[in-house]
Design a protein around this ligand. Structure first.
Ligand code: ADP
Ligand code: ADP
Length: 225
């Protein structure tokens, strides 16, 4: 089955008030295992809302959010939170690494929280960091890394607990074009080598064109670009 499937998903902020904003008006989309899908949307179109609903950080007003075939909207809040920690990895425009910890610790900590023994967590972290060329930065703190290195470490952290779905919101948005290209290549190496599904929101049409499929969020609906 699809890793992610949204059916008829709607979301309105401030419903029933004069300030109501109807952001999602019946979103249908599916991402298969191993597939990398670009989500292109003008600013304010609702891309963050869509990613938060898909990643179980927010609940839709109506519709279904299926992860690995299970309708997450039917779960209790507690089970949904557990499912999010097991199944979803997030990457944002800014790395949000913990500044007082090393790059390695930033990738190890989520695994310890997940119950992975330290030695195993460190081995996995170093393997992920090796694949994107930042293993030699393991003992650096985030402030001692270049912007591209910070994002690579953030990718490793997002994949630390082996999620099934990666959701990324402008993952290269704060990098210069050349760095952005190389960091995107690194992300693709990780995604392709783990076989997870990825939905990547970006304004960068050149990056979008390198993904398997491009979707557009327009007037509250998702359509092929
Ligand atoms: P994007 O990520 O595409 O820029 P967002 O999903 O952040 O768009 O926001 C879509 C629309 O919903 C915007 O008009 C925004 O102002 C509005 N919005 C987002 N979050 C909230 C909120 N918590 N309360 C009210 N309106 C919101
Ligand atoms: P870029 O030109 O790619 O933005 P920087 O000039 O920020 O990179 O950094 C170049 C290299 O120096 C990077 O590999 C980074 O890890 C390292 N570096 C940057 N700042 C520090 C620091 N304060 N301490 C240790 N290493 C650093």
């Amino acid at each position: 089955s699809d890793t992610l499937r949204l059916s008829g998903v709607t979301k309105t902020y401030n419903p029933g008030k004069p300030t109501a904003v109807e952001v999602l008006r019946g979103v249908d989309l599916a991402v298969a295992p191993g597939e990398v899908v670009a989500l292109v949307a003008p600013s304010g179109a609702g891309k963050s809302t869509l990613l938060h609903v898909a990643g179980l950080l927010d609940t839709p007003d109506a519709g279904q959010v299926l992860l690995d075939g299970t309708d997450m909207t039917r779960l209790s809040d507690r089970r949904r939170t557990m499912a999010r920690r097991d199944l979803v990895g997030f990457v944002y425009q800014f790395h949000h690494l913990l500044p007082e910890f090393t790059a390695l610790e930033n990738v190890v900590l989520p695994q310890l929280a997940h119950g992975t023994p330290r030695a195993q967590a460190e081995a996995r972290a170093l393997d992920l960091m090796d694949r994107v060329g930042v293993r030699n930065r393991a003992t650096h703190r985030p402030a001692e890394l270049s912007g591209g290195e910070q994002q690579r470490v953030a990718f490793c952290r997002a994949l630390a607990n082996a999620p099934r779905l990666l959701l990324a919101d402008e993952p290269t948005g704060n990098l210069d074009p050349a760095t952005s290209d190389r960091v995107f290549d690194a992300l693709m190496v990780l995604v392709r080598s783990t076989g997870l599904a990825a939905l990547i929101a970006t304004h960068n049409l050149q990056l979008a064109a390198r993904m398997d499929r491009v979707l557009r969020l327009d007037a509250g609906h998702v359509v092929p670009a």
